[in-house]
Design a protein around this ligand. Structure first.
Ligand code: MG
Length: 162
């Protein structure tokens, strides 16, 4: 049985994952409206992954006979100064998510809730990948996207993601 503290932290995490999805969906729409379909489809895929994360936390709550409590989702940023800004924002956002996941892990460890500790480990690995991918995207943008043609070609490349 999950403690009250962990139930509440899990429900906060569900909200954070749905917010991530909302933010990446907003970024996808920004790129779509600027004609960068590849960037748009990359971020749409990210948005779907985040909903999947939220669902994994919900399933875990249900498996522990706890209740999922959905909350308001803050409005995401929709306007960006340039094509690089969303990439910088994504990296900063993923770092925030990582620290929330670390807090969940510490709480489970402190409570000696080993089921939950083990469950959260999957998300620690996930965050390692998310930060790595976001950093890589930003680095490649900074190095290779020197003009509109480079940005367009990079976008097309990203659009090949399945
Ligand atoms: Mg996530």
């Amino acid at each position: 049985m999950l403690s009250e503290n962990l139930q509440s932290a899990f429900n906060n995490q569900i909200n954070a994952e749905i917010y991530s999805s909302y933010l990446y969906y907003s970024i996808a729409n920004f790129y779509e409206e600027k004609g960068l379909h590849g960037f748009a489809s990359w971020f749409k895929a990210q948005a779907k992954e985040e909903l999947d994360h939220a669902d994994k936390f919900s399933t875990y709550l249900h498996d522990q006979n706890a209740k999922v409590i959905l909350k308001d989702i803050p409005k995401p940023k929709a306007e960006f100064a340039d094509f690089k800004e969303p990439l910088t924002l994504q990296l900063a956002h993923e770092k925030k998510v990582t620290s929330a996941i670390f807090n969940l892990y510490s709480a489970a460890k402190e409570e000696k809730d080993y089921f939950t500790e083990s469950f959260i480990k999957i998300f620690i690995d996930e965050q390692f990948e998310e930060e790595k991918t976001a950093q890589d995207l930003l680095t490649r943008y900074e190095i290779f996207c020197l003009n509109s043609k480079d940005i367009y070609e990079f976008s097309e490349k990203l659009g090949e993601r399945k």
